[in-house]
Design a protein around this ligand. Structure first.
Ligand code: SF4
Length: 264
C-alpha cells in the first residue's frame, strides 16, 4: 500500500552537485524501494527510514519554466528518485516534463530501473541530446529481494534493447555491484551490443540503516556469502572491489569497450 501526496512546486529544475548542471526529481520518494537506496537518507530531518518505498509525493508544476539556451547544460533524471517508477504510468509527470524540454539544448541523461521508460521513445527521438540508461546488477530472483518495486532485470534488458533498436544512445550502469551475487562479466557480454558505454559502482553501505538491512537480507537469503559481506562492509576489507576493478578494466580494454567507474 502506497501513500500518495501532492505538492505544488515552483521550479522543476534544480542545480545538481553531481555534474555542475541540473537535476529534476518529478517525485519525492521512490516506489522501487531498493533496500540499499541512499536517497532514503537525503531528506533533512527525516528518520523514518523504513517508510522508503511506501510513500510517493507527486510534485505538480503549475508553470514549466522551459530553458532554451542553457549552453548545453547537463540535466540528470533523477538524483533522488526514479522518474519511471510505477506511478508514472498514470501520473505522466515525466512525460509532461519531456514534452516541455524536448526542444531545449539541454544534454539530458536518464537513469532508471523502470521498463516504463520505453513508453516515451517517441519523444526521445525528437530530443537534441539524450542518453538513456538502466541500472542493472542482479538477476530476477535477487532483484525481488533487494529492489522489490522495480521492473525485473529481464524486463529492463528487453526495454534497453527496444531503445537501442529505436536508434537512441544507451548505457548500462552496473550498480550496485553485490559481491558474489553480481555477475559483472555475464552482464557485460549480455549487453555489449545494446549499449554505447558502461558505468560501474560498488554497493555503498555507509549509512548504518542500509548496512543493517542488506546484511540481514544476505544472512537470510544468501547465508553462504554472509561472512564475505561482514568482511567487506563491517571490517572494511577493500580487496574484493579492488581486485574486481582490475579484472573489469582488463576485460573492457581487451574488448575495446567504453566504460567509467564511479568508485575510486
Ligand atoms: S530506484 Fe533509485 S531512487 Fe528508487 S529506491 Fe532504487 S536506488 Fe532509490
Amino acid at each position: 500500500m502506497i501513500t500518495v501526496t501532492r505538492t505544488k512546486a515552483k521550479h522543476f529544475l534544480t542545480k545538481s552537485k553531481l555534474n555542475d548542471g541540473l537535476t529534476c526529481n518529478p517525485y519525492g520518494g521512490c516506489q522501487h524501494g531498493c533496500l540499499y537506496c541512499y536517497a532514503n537518507y537525503t531528506v533533512p530531518g527525516r528518520s523514518d527510514y523504513d517508510a522508503w518505498g511506501k510513500a510517493v509525493e507527486i510534485r505538480e508544476y503549475p508553470n514549466l519554466d522551459i530553458p532554451r539556451n542553457t549552453g548545453a547544460k547537463p540535466l540528470i533524471f533523477s538524483s533522488a528518485t526514479d522518474a519511471y517508477q510505477p506511478i508514472e504510468a498514470t501520473e505522466r509527470s515525466m512525460r509532461r516534463i519531456l514534452e516541455a524540454i524536448h526542444e531545449s539544448d539541454l544534454k539530458v541523461k536518464i537513469l532508471t530501473k523502470g521498463a516504463l521508460v520505453e513508453r516515451d521513445v517517441d519523444i526521445f527521438r525528437r530530443m537534441r541530446s539524450l542518453e538513456v540508461g538502466f541500472s542493472l546488477s542482479l538477476d530476477d530472483r535477487a532483484a525481488r529481494i533487494f529492489e522489490p518495486g522495480a521492473s525485473a532485470p529481464s524486463a529492463r534488458i528487453s526495454a534497453l534493447r527496444q531503445l537501442k533498436t529505436a536508434g537512441l544512445k544507451t548505457y548500462v550502469f552496473i550498480a550496485p555491484i553485490f559481491p558474489h551475487l553480481t555477475d559483472v562479466f555475464a552482464l557485460i557480454e549480455t549487453l555489449r551490443a545494446d549499449v554505447d558505454y558502461f558505468m560501474f559502482d560498488t554497493l555503498n553501505l555507509s549509512h548504518p540503516h542500509n548496512r543493517q538491512k542488506i546484511l540481514e537480507a544476505i544472512r537470510k537469503h544468501y547465508p553462504e556469502h554472509y561472512p564475505a559481506y561482514v568482511r567487506i562492509f563491517m571490517d572494511k576489507d577493500k580487496t574484493y572491489y579492488q581486485t574486481l576493478k582490475q579484472e573489469i578494466s582488463g576485460h573492457m580494454d581487451a574488448h575495446g569497450l567504453d566504460y567509467t567507474y564511479i568508485y575510486p
